[in-house]
Design a binder for this molecule. Structure first.
Ligand code: BGC
Length: 714
């Protein structure tokens, strides 16, 4: 490639100080940063936009000796100005095409502000809803997270990274951050290597293959070695086995945090370990700046490693075309909140909402005489945006209250919040909410978490509805009016009690700018819910981690064990792997979600009962809309490898298709499986496929569906 020669030419001209400068990233654009840039001692800044971004880029290009442009990074996580659902919500859409488009829009809007690099997608597998960053993840499943992560990479970067609207993606946090013990952020992760390779690394491998320009190392210690000093994951796997030629940035100060981890003696040692492991750029902290020169000069650190890191940084700058066009994409600045961006935000918010329960109450007719709108998230322009929103503005939000008023007319809506805040325990506004309910035909209660209850360093040990929300529901239900709950949250919550009390539950995650219109469309039947859960919902936090693709154990619990009332010490199922006081199954399983219509699965057919290693198995089923409404179904393909040289999960998602059907309409859906889809790692870390019997399901969720058996033969 042409730019490889340019990189070598530049490298040949660079002083050691200039090389080390390329390996540094600082926050902001103060005088210190400007001086460093002018002197060629800073390669990247983060968290600057617009005029500030332009000015510091101008200094780099026009005033530094070599004119090397800056990477200007920012957390554009689920939208720039137009805010889309949190990534966990986007994953619930099971619609990678829409997710790709949302990332494209985010990139376009961000490119207008001078940003050329986003710290997304976050593709940490997350199986613990206590962890606040589950909101930023694509959920518990490696297959789904891989598809969603790749869609985001493709969206941010497009086909051509030099295009004005493209920005570099960053696959983060590499790796195992989502397995932080007990959901406490930044905590230790122990992940056996087979699990690491089959599950936690899989989305990162997919992102690398999809051309993700950059990777970010993580905060966590993985199997005894902090991920920002982990030669095994960075140098051996990422840059070795996967031959990744992009660059790796540390997480915020994660190089020097290796001192607190007890892995580096001091900042000098941390810098040495960071570079040796393969972290090419240090974010925020300054150990590289302070110690790398001396480490090289004393021959403690090889110059080859510095050169390798600098090549990788420069490569991204060339790939982005920054040497030709370093500045903001002026045309895109006009596109903030463009009508088509808002339409997309509305569509993806709709497709991410999951209908969890419905006692024949939804959809509501638009001819209600009166609707009571209550709850702390009914009209909260900021909360609905969720965590990690730097550039989204609450004043752009369309809230459920506004949207329902617009749809039904002011006269049909009576609003009483009931609780001042999501976490409020004060009942003093209950009377007003009860009066509103009494004056209405139906109550729409907007519940959930404020945006501050998820995200980085925002983990919870209790994952119930916060504050006095359930008490508010009790007061509303006591009026005898039907109550529909819409829950916005950054994680799965424990919802059993709420489910028992209300007529329907719609789970909206934090849906973003267009939460209101999206939810109104669904509640009033202008559209039909079609989201599916990307994480299992526990009955109680005591079940965590609970995920669908677990192992069977030697004493599997009966799948049709009756629900056990919490707190009742029984032993209903013998000496099996279950609980005395709660059903072992999640309340809502991975892949689950209802619709206003019903879908029937029939006629499961395999192209053959046996396939060889080089053959492809086709699996087809007919899906029929047997209800009254048009709707979309997410048809899911699962497999189980019955006997292996390693035990295999009881189910693994291998495919899904989103199809739209009119009432009465049928469609045949066909999936293809190849032997590579059946592979896994053995204890020798070989990726293997073994002959034998497999179950296959075409199913509406990770539970149920049509099942058949096939054999893989040599
Ligand atoms: C987070 C990263 C983020 C970075 C820059 C860190 O605290 O862990 O995900 O990209 O800050 O804002």
């Amino acid at each position: 490639m042409q730019y490889e020669q340019q990189i070598e030419a530049l490298l040949a001209q660079m002083t050691l100080a200039e090389k080390i400068g390329q390996m540094r990233q600082l926050h902001g654009t103060g005088e210190n940063q400007k001086t460093l840039v002018r002197e060629g001692n800073l390669g990247s800044v983060l968290n600057v936009i617009d005029a500030e971004a332009h000015e510091i880029q101008r200094i780099a290009v026009e005033e530094s000796r070599l004119g090397i442009p800056l990477l200007i990074g920012r957390d554009v996580i689920h939208g720039f100005r137009t805010i889309f659902p949190i990534p966990l919500g986007q994953a619930a859409s099971f619609n990678p095409d829409l997710v790709r488009e949302a990332a494209r829009v985010a990139a376009r809007e961000a490119s207008g502000a001078g940003i050329n690099w986003t710290f997304a997608p976050m593709i940490d597998i997350a199986r613990d809803p206590r962890w606040g960053r589950i909101a930023e993840s694509c959920g518990e499943d490696a297959y789904l997270a891989s598809l969603m992560g790749v869609a985001m990479v493709e969206g941010f970067q497009g086909d051509d990274l030099t295009a004005p609207e493209a920005i570099a993606a960053c696959a983060k946090h590499y790796v195992g951050y989502g397995a932080s013990e007990n959901g406490r952020d930044y905590n230790t992760a122990w992940i056996p290597e087979v699990l690491l390779r089959d599950v936690y690394l899989a989305p990162f491998h997919a992102a690398a293959e999809a051309g993700a320009a950059t990777f970010m190392s993580a905060f966590n210690d993985l199997n005894g070695v902090p991920t920002s000093g982990n030669e095994f994951t960075l140098r051996q796997i990422l840059k070795g086995e996967w031959a990744y030629d992009g660059m790796v940035v540390s997480d915020w100060a994660s190089i020097v945090e290796m001192i607190a981890h007890g892995y580096a003696a001091d900042a000098r040692d941390a810098a040495l370990k960071g570079v040796q492991a393969g972290v090419d750029m240090e974010m925020a902290s300054t150990s590289y700046a302070e110690y790398l020169a001396e480490l090289v000069e004393s021959s403690t650190l090889s110059l080859d490693l510095i050169d390798d890191a600098v090549r990788r940084v420069l490569r991204i700058k060339f790939r982005l075309g920054l040497f030709n066009q370093p500045y903001a994409n002026a045309a895109a600045a006009e596109s903030l909140l463009a009508a088509e961006h808002l339409d997309l935000a509305r569509q993806i918010a709709k497709e991410s909402c999951v209908l969890l329960s419905n006692k024949q109450t939804l959809p509501l007719s638009q001819n209600q005489t009166k609707v009571a709108i209550v709850g702390p998230l009914a009209n909260h322009a900021a909360y609905q945006l969720g965590c990690w929103v730097f550039d989204g503005k609450p004043e752009d939000s369309q809230t459920p209250l506004q949207a329902i008023r617009a749809l039904l007319g002011d006269a049909q809506v009576v609003f009483a919040q009931g609780l001042a805040e999501a976490r409020s325990t004060d009942h003093s506004l209950f009377d007003e909410a009860v009066a509103a309910a009494q004056a209405a035909d139906v109550v729409l209660a907007f519940l959930g978490e404020d945006a501050g209850l998820s995200g980085e360093a925002h983990s919870r040990a209790f994952i119930d509805l916060p504050g006095a929300q359930l008490a508010l529901i009790d007061a509303l239900v006591a009026t005898g009016k039907p109550v529909v709950a819409v829950v916005m949250a950054g994680r799965s919550l424990v919802l059993g009690e709420l489910q028992d009390k209300v007529q329907a539950m719609l789970y909206a995650w934090h849906p973003g700018t267009m939460a209101g219109p999206a939810i109104a469309d669904l509640l009033f039947g202008l559209d039909n819910p079609s989201g599916r859960l990307p994480i299992s919902f526990p009955r109680t936090v005591g079940q965590v981690p609970v995920y669908y693709n677990r192992k069977n154990t030697g004493r599997p619990p009966s799948e049709d064990a009756p629900s056990i009332p919490t707190g009742t010490p029984l032993d209903p199922s013998g000496f099996t792997s279950s609980y005395l006081d709660v059903d072992h199954r999640p309340l809502f399983a991975f892949g689950y979600g209802l619709s206003y219509t019903t879908f029937e699965y029939s006629n499961l057919r395999l192209s053959s009962p046996k396939i060889g290693f080089d053959e492809t198995l086709s699996i087809s089923a007919t899906i029929t809309n047997t209800g009254k409404y048009a709707g979309s179904e997410v048809v899911q393909l699962y497999i189980r490898d019955l006997v292996g040289s390693m035990t295999r999960p009881i189910k693994e998602l291998k495919g899904f298709q989103r199809i739209a059907l009119e009432p009465g309409q049928s469609q045949e859906v066909t999936f293809e499986l190849r032997s590579a889809d059946l592979s896994f790692h053995n204890n020798a870390m070989q990726k293997i496929v073994e002959p034998g019997e497999f179950h296959v399901w075409v199913a509406p969720s990770s539970i149920g569906g049509l099942q058949a058996t096939f054999e893989l033969t040599r």
